[in-house]
Design a protein around this ligand. Structure first.
Ligand code: IPD
Ligand code: CA
Ligand code: CA
Length: 267
């Protein structure tokens, strides 16, 4: 599989940050038994990873803009290009020693995502996609799952946590979806959840209140793997607006939109 020079730059940045996260993850596992836990240490790991990604990308494309979860927005002199980066997606997993976390890097060109990389250093799984070039897990071409009915499907979701999101709305969605599917999973790293839909591990996924860096690379991966993504209402995804996603193959994505949006039961 041939990668463009730009995708190579993104992959190298993800590998370098991944190396730093792997080292820090080892330390986090040692810190689990302390009462306070490793939260300050994890914040530093997160910042370190973003600096590594930023430095690598900026070294190679100094004129591009940069939007990172930790450092916010830096405008570039090249108005057409911007990196969108989550240096550590799945922070809660990382903090608890659960090896489901990733570096996510997307490249936006004139408002459209054209390349995406999601790397889980704990499993050495590298997901990549370029617009029009397909999606890959390491060197293997990806296709979304082929299941046609919800009752055969394992569906991923995001659960809003303490102080965030609309818990009541999520519980209604969950009640409806869980009555129709073979199983529901909450893996805890949205970028990887989307990559797993692209890989056919999850037949579908939904989550509300995400940020652009959680979704940018993953949405491209799913589309390049032949899948469909919309917002919760079934309209065009808006990473900077509604921040919600429902994904799957064409049939499952449609079915999920219908089921998740059923009205609240009367009792
Ligand atoms: C979070 C993860 C999680 C999702 C949250 C995100 P973070 O990102 O993707 O799965 O449910 O909404 O904020 O904070 O670990 O980068
Ligand atoms: Ca995130
Ligand atoms: Ca993050």
């Amino acid at each position: 599989m041939a990668r463009s020079a730009l995708l190579n730059v993104m992959v190298q940045a993800a590998f370098k940050a991944g190396k730093s996260l792997s080292r820090d993850f080892g330390e986090v596992q040692n810190l689990q038994v302390s009462v306070k836990g490793p939260s300050d240490f994890v914040s530093q790991a997160d910042l370190r990873a973003e600096k590594i990604v930023r430095d690598e990308l900026m070294k190679s494309r100094p004129t591009y803009g940069f939007l990172g979860e930790e450092g916010g927005e830096e405008k570039g002199t090249d108005g057409a290009h911007r990196w969108i980066v989550d240096p550590l997606d799945g922070t809660t997993n990382f903090l608890h020693g659960i090896p489901q976390f990733a570096v996510s890097i997307a490249l936006e060109r004139n408002g459209e995502i054209v390349a995406g990389v999601i790397f889980n250093p704990a499993t050495d799984e590298l997901f990549t996609a370029e617009k029009g070039g397909g999606a890959f897990l390491n060197d293997r071409r990806l296709r979304v799952g082929a299941r046609r009915v919800l009752s055969d499907c394992v569906i991923g979701c995001g659960v809003p946590h303490l102080g965030r999101g609309n818990h009541g709305k999520f519980l209604v969605e969950l009640r409806h979806v869980m009555g129709e599917v073979a199983g529901i999973r909450r893996m805890g790293a949205a970028a990887l959840d989307l990559a797993w839909v692209a890989a056919g591990r999850l037949d579908g996924f939904w989550e509300a209140d995400l940020s652009p860096w959680d979704m940018a690379a993953g949405i491209l991966l799913i589309r390049e793997a032949g899948g469909f993504v919309s917002d919760m209402a079934g309209s065009k995804t808006d990473m900077f607006g509604t921040g919600s996603v429902i994904a799957g193959n064409e049939l499952i994505q449609k079915a999920l939109v219908e089921v998740a949006n059923r009205p609240v039961p009367s009792r």
